[in-house]
Each structure stands twice: as structure tokens, then as C-alpha cells.
Design a protein around this ligand. Structure first.
Ligand code: AMP
Ligand code: MG
Length: 352
């Protein structure tokens, strides 16, 4: 099991939960009158959170057969996009970080396409989501881990140290050579942190390996590959109330095809002197963003939804809405007082 997963209170991480689906007794659309049953599988060691896949198959064996290609792809993405761990015979994002200022690293095409997308996200979000923020994010990460392990000694990062780390950030330090399939960080102290985007990007790719009508939930990221059983019946996704328990939903939305992703201040945080400090860092202040309790994005592509949820979490509503609508997405915001705001399209997708 992944080292960091042990520290996670699993149910608290699941900001979005799919809510319905009992055994289905309808004939398949092909006219084959074999009955389908609902099945569910849970994985605990991927992307530092819990993955649940739900779908329909004729029997359990068929369900697990259908999951195999998905799991293999998702596991590979988990290893390729990891910034903390090394794996035998694999060059991953950690390898790129370890070679910062030293040499380009030839990597799998999945890393090239993820990082190319990350550069696009930087432009799209005006730098709000910046995967080269690694030096700053690792200071917060270390403080959070120390605070979680020893709550009495929890401390805030030193602002001078954060500012010094910021000197080594910058999207221009990330050089991708697509024809050579190499990536290089040009500053010896530069580091990538793909945590804002990689999970959604990976589910999007892996979900292509599943049959129609499956639902995947990875922490706060959900993808549906079609309505239940591949039909028109939507899945119902609960969006967690940031002030409530894991099964207290602020809203429920319907999903047939596409993705719902939430970024929230309750998903990962630690406490210093009674104040919670979470994991989404505003590049302009180097502190956790404080505008929203959570932002949920609804759109076709889970990589885009993941990127947008982190970005919009750091923006005022007007700026966020502009970007969301320009990207063909919809959004829902929960503010510090529990007020909820929606784009028009999001409102239409609420479960009545
Ligand atoms: P998410 O849960 O998708 O909103 O992503 C949060 C994760 O993204 C954090 O745990 C960090 O690894 C990373 N992160 C936090 N703030 C930023 C930022 N401004 N730009 C890029 N990555 C970030
Ligand atoms: Mg994100």
C-alpha cells in the first residue's frame, strides 16, 4: 500500500459520492435477455485516495474482466505521474524533478501529453494553476505532514522561505520536446507538482478502457462512461456539504456522460492555532486560497474539470465563470458562509 495513504481518513476524502444503483433486471439493449447485475470494486492505493468503480455485468467474473484494462491504465498513470515515489524500470515525473537543471528525461507519451496540457492550463487560468509551483507546494506539503503527525508542534511555513522557493517556479522552466519525447526543468531547484490535474487526466484516459455505463469515483473526481447499464438513466452524484459529514450533500447532480470534480478546503488540511490551512495554494499570495469552501466543475473531460476546479477555487466568481463558460464547462461555488452559487447550466443539472 502507498506510504501516504495510511495517513488518510478515507471517507473524509470522498467529496463526491455516487448515490444510487441497485441490481438491474432489464434486458440488455442488444435484445439478449441475460440479466445484468450491479457490481462495485474499490482500490485503496491509487493517487493517494480511494477509487470506486461501479458498473453492470452478467456476473462478477465478467465485471472484473471489464475492469482489468481500466485498472492497468490507471495504475500506470498513477506511477508515471507520481512525484514522490520511484518504480522499477519506470521514468516518471519524480525522475524529471530529480534531473532538474541536469538533463532532459525521455518519458512515456502520457507524461508528455499531461505536461503539454498543464502548460495549456497555465495559459487558460492566467497562471492560477501552475504545475511548476512545486518548490512552494513542497514546503506546504512538509508543514502539513509534520502538523498531521504532531498536531501540538504544527507550524506555518515561513513566508521568506516561500518567497525564496517561488524564485524557482515558472512555467518557462518546463521545457517539453515532443519530437524527442523529453522533458527538462531548466532550474536545478525547479520541481513539478501535478496534483491539481493528474488525477482527473488519468481517470479520463483510463475511463476510455471501460464499457459504456460505468461510473468511477476517485476522491473528489467522478467520471461516467454513459448512463446506467449504458442506457439513458443518469447516475446521481452527491456533492459534499463542506460543513457537514461525508454523507451530507449540499446538492445532487445527474450525470450520463462526462465528469464532476470538486476542489474543497476540507479535502486535505492541517490545523495551526485552531485555524485550518488547506492544500490549494494561491500563487499570488503563496497562502491557501480563502474565497471558497468548495468549487465543483461539470464538463465532458475530467482532466479539464480537475484543472478548472482548482483554478476556479482561487478566483473571484466573475473571473472563474468566464473561464468555465469559455471552456464549455459549468460550475458551482460554496462560499465561507455556506451560500451556494451556480452557472445556469449547472442549475439545470441539479437533481430535482
Ligand atoms: P485539487 O484537489 O485538484 O484542487 O488539487 C490540489 C493539489 O494541487 C494540491 O494538493 C497540490 O498538489 C496542487 N496545487 C495546489 N495549489 C496549486 C496551484 N495553485 N497550482 C498548481 N497546483 C496546485
Ligand atoms: Mg484539480
Amino acid at each position: 500500500m502507498h506510504k501516504r495513504i495510511k495517513k488518510i481518513l478515507i471517507p473524509l476524502l470522498i467529496g463526491i459520492v455516487f448515490l444510487c444503483g441497485c441490481a438491474a433486471k432489464e434486458p440488455t439493449p442488444a435484445g439478449d435477455f441475460q440479466q445484468l447485475e450491479a457490481y462495485q470494486e474499490t482500490y485503496f492505493s491509487l493517487f493517494d485516495t480511494v477509487t470506486i468503480v461501479k458498473g453492470y455485468a452478467v456476473d462478477e467474473k465478467a465485471f472484473h474482466e471489464a475492469l482489468k484494462p481500466f485498472y492497468e491504465e490507471f495504475l500506470l498513470c498513477h506511477e508515471l505521474f507520481d512525484i514522490y515515489e520511484e518504480y522499477p524500470n519506470l521514468l516518471n515525473v519524480k525522475t524529471i524533478n530529480d534531473n532538474a537543471g541536469i538533463a532532459p528525461v525521455e518519458v512515456d507519451e502520457r507524461i508528455i501529453s499531461l505536461l503539454t496540457f498543464c502548460k495549456d492550463v497555465y495559459d487558460m487560468t492566467g497562471g492560477a494553476v501552475d504545475v511548476t509551483l512545486g518548490p512552494v507546494l513542497s514546503i506546504w506539503h512538509n508543514a502539513r505532514e509534520a502538523g498531521e503527525n504532531n498536531p501540538e508542534d504544527a507550524y506555518l511555513p515561513d513566508m521568506e522561505e516561500l518567497k525564496a522557493a517561488k524564485q524557482h517556479c515558472g512555467i518557462d522552466k518546463l521545457v517539453i520536446d515532443e519530437s524527442a519525447s523529453t522533458v527538462m526543468l531548466t532550474d536545478v531547484n525547479a520541481r513539478l507538482d501535478v496534483g491539481a490535474i493528474a488525477k482527473g487526466y488519468a481517470i479520463q484516459m483510463a475511463s476510455k478502457k471501460l464499457p459504456e455505463g460505468y461510473l468511477i469515483s476517485v476522491g473528489g473526481n467522478v467520471v461516467a462512461t454513459g448512463g446506467k447499464e449504458g442506457g439513458d438513466t443518469p447516475w446521481v452524484i452527491g456533492i459534499r456539504n463542506p460543513n457537514g459529514a461525508a454523507d451530507d450533500y449540499v446538492e445532487k447532480v445527474t450525470l450520463v456522460n462526462g465528469s464532476v470534480v470538486t476542489s474543497g478546503d476540507y479535502q486535505r488540511f492541517y490545523t495551526v492555532d485552531g485555524v485550518n490551512y488547506h492544500h490549494i495554494i494561491d500563487p499570488s499570495t503563496l497562502m491557501p486560497g480563502s474565497r471558497w469552501r468548495s468549487v465543483t466543475i461539470l464538463c465532458e473531460d475530467s482532466g479539464l474539470a480537475d484543472a478548472l476546479s482548482t483554478a476556479v477555487f482561487l478566483m473571484d466568481r466573475e473571473s472563474g465563470e468566464k473561464i468555465v463558460l469559455a471552456e464549455g464547462a459549468e460550475a458551482m461555488w460554496v462560499d465561507q458562509d455556506g451560500n451556494v452559487y451556480y452557472t445556469e447550466g449547472f442549475k439545470e443539472r441539479l437533481k430535482k
